[in-house]
Design a protein around this ligand. Structure first.
Ligand code: QV4
Ligand code: CA
Length: 515
């Protein structure tokens, strides 16, 4: 047992499963479509001080410019070259961001689109974000360069050349994902070009990668690419550190390709997490919060130390990639805050917080016809993230990560890091509570009646500030105060009509001059 623990400790420190965040920092935030200049500022002015460990950025490499519809967010998932040159900024701005974020103790995780380039139907002469020429029709991408024999056209056996049946793993790997030209990743030349791109990013100081569309690549091909990667830049990371790898595989069950097929390469996105949590908080299909007692592997999720978890992502918040109706987003703020609060309090998985832009959502026959709309912009130029006097964001940037309830739960997770899941209580319905050892405690009321009772918190005696209804400022609390007595018990009242029907306290929200 001891030997096994030692081995897994070494594994955790050195392998691609470790997030490479600074000690005690336990979450990252996806700043979807932000400019590099804004991310650099956000690292310094907000993310560092508030305990965020890192930022997932949008794909930084040159992509096709789509004008019909007008500059959709998804054009960034159609690469043209590996030049660092997009609407978010150029290579100098990228370097500046990585340097300043790393210096602020906040690491950068790159969304790596390596399964494909642009769509086969895109016309030659269509623009790209850095002006590189390309011709999808004859598979010519001279700025990389890739040409016809670097693609999977000969291998795919479907009539359309696109993936038609997710029950056939060969199609899923060797055919085109919605028309996107599929790379021949078994070729050493193709692997090397991709590794060169990723190594360039590593050398500039990034800490890891979200590997886009991993389900559409053979795990062994991916491994061959990952084996070519450098260790992280020693200006900011311990010698011998490997990039953190989390692979986008949507496995909701029922397909032959499984998340577990990818564990040898790194972590995997757990899409069951947000789908199920949304169902529970919406109380659909007879689900209730009491069932969350066994949340995690007990719900059929992958092992915690392989999981990258999130309540929503840039796809499923707008009905793309596994975007079921249960997914909670900023459009349902009350339930969303509870969902993110639950995720950040619960020990399962490595957590990613979503930070979105607002778009003119418009449902027709159950589908959002504006699901394509790109980031806030002036004639295509992405707008700056302005900061209002109350610390929220302007210019239609939602900045969920700056919502008090979410920001404070990111800190909660840091404070309770490593503590066991303890003192579970539920009312058999939608009122639940649990602790994290002697460091933190959280209570939820998602029933239609008030909660009022005394619970064992596991915390040392004292007066604590609820970080959901307010903030601890100096030794004052702008929200609800909770009095924990010598036996660890405290009384909680959570109205079902409260703005946020949950309360969270932790070791660092204790008010020291009060007892
Ligand atoms: C259209 C037609 C095709 C036709 C093609 C011809 O629909 O039938 O063959 O033209 O060129 C866009 C359009 C799509 C268009 C395609 C090719 O939506 O209609 O095809 O481009 O031009 C994002 C968007 C996609 C978008 C893609 C590329 O979600 O809509 O496609 O970017 O711009 C699966 C995968 C999973 C994936 C998820 C969305 O297993 O890996 O679908 N998720 C990731 C990203 C996601 C991204 C991609 C993968 C692709 O998170 O954002 O797709 O990189 O579940
Ligand atoms: Ca593929």
């Amino acid at each position: 047992m001891k030997f096994f623990l030692l081995l897994s400790a070494i594994g955790f420190c050195w392998a691609q499963y470790a997030p490479n965040t600074k000690p005690g920092k336990t979450s990252i935030v996806h700043l979807f479509e932000w400019r590099w200049a804004d991310i650099a500022l956000e690292c310094e002015r907000y993310l560092g001080p508030k305990g965020f460990g890192g930022v997932q950025i949008s794909p930084p490499n040159e992509n096709v410019v789509i004008n019909n519809p007008s500059r959709p967010w998804w054009e960034r998932y159609q690469p043209i070259s590996y030049k660092l040159c997009t609407r978010s900024g150029n290579e100098d701005e990228f370097k500046d961001m990585v340097t300043r974020c790393n210096n602020a103790g906040v690491h950068i995780y790159v969304d790596a689109v390596i399964n494909h380039v642009c769509g086969h139907g895109v016309a030659a002469g269509t623009g790209s974000t850095c002006g590189s020429y390309f011709n999808p029709g004859n598979r010519d991408f001279p700025a990389i360069p890739f040409s016809a024999w670097d693609f999977n056209d000969g291998k795919c056996r479907t009539g359309s050349g696109d993936i038609e049946n997710y029950n056939d793993p060969y199609q899923v790997r060797d055919c085109r994902l919605s028309g996107l030209l599929d790379l021949a990743l078994e070729k050493d030349y193709v692997r090397s070009k991709i590794a060169e791109y990723l190594n360039h990013l590593i050398d500039l100081g990034v800490a890891g990668f979200r590997i886009d569309a991993s389900k559409h690549m053979w795990p062994g091909d991916m491994k061959a690419i990952l084996d070519k990667l450098h260790n992280l830049n020693t200006t900011w990371f311990p010698e011998g550190s490997k990039p953190f790898i989390y692979q986008e595989v949507i496995d909701l069950g029922g397909e032959p390709i499984k998340s577990s097929d990818y564990f040898e390469n790194g972590r995997v996105t757990e899409f069951k997490y947000g789908a199920k949590l949304g169902t529970v908080l919406r109380k659909w299909h007879g689900e209730k919060m009491a069932y969350l007692k066994s949340w995690g592997e007990g719900w059929g999720f992958m092992p915690s130390d392989r999981a990258l978890v999130f309540v929503d992502n840039h796809d499923n918040q707008r009905g793309h990639g596994a975007g079921g109706a249960s997914i909670l987003t900023f459009w349902d703020p009350r339930l969303y805050k509870m969902g993110v609060g639950f995720m950040l309090a619960h020990p399962y998985g490595f957590t990613r917080v979503m930070s979105s832009f607002r778009w003119p959502r418009y449902f027709q026959n159950g589908k959002d016809i504006n699901d394509w709309v790109g980031p806030p912009n002036n004639n295509g130029v992405i707008k700056e993230v302005t900061i209002n006097e109350d610390t929220t964001c302007g210019n239609d940037w939602v900045c969920e990560h700056r919502w008090r309830q979410i920001r404070n739960m990111v800190m909660f997770r840091n404070v309770v890091d490593g503590q066991p899941f303890t003192n579970w209580w539920d009312n058999g319905s939608n009122q639940v509570a649990f602790g994290r050892g002697n460091k933190g405690f959280i209570v939820f009321n998602n029933d239609d009646w008030p909660l009022s009772l005394t619970l064992q918190t596991g915390l040392p005696a004292g007066t604590y500030c609820d970080v959901i209804s307010g903030d601890k400022i100096g030794d004052n609390c702008t929200g609800i105060k909770i009095y924990v007595s010598g036996d660890g018990k405290a009384h909680f009242s959570v109205s079902n009509s409260a703005e946020d029907p949950f309360i969270a306290i932790h070791a660092e929200s204790k008010l020291y001059n009060l007892n």
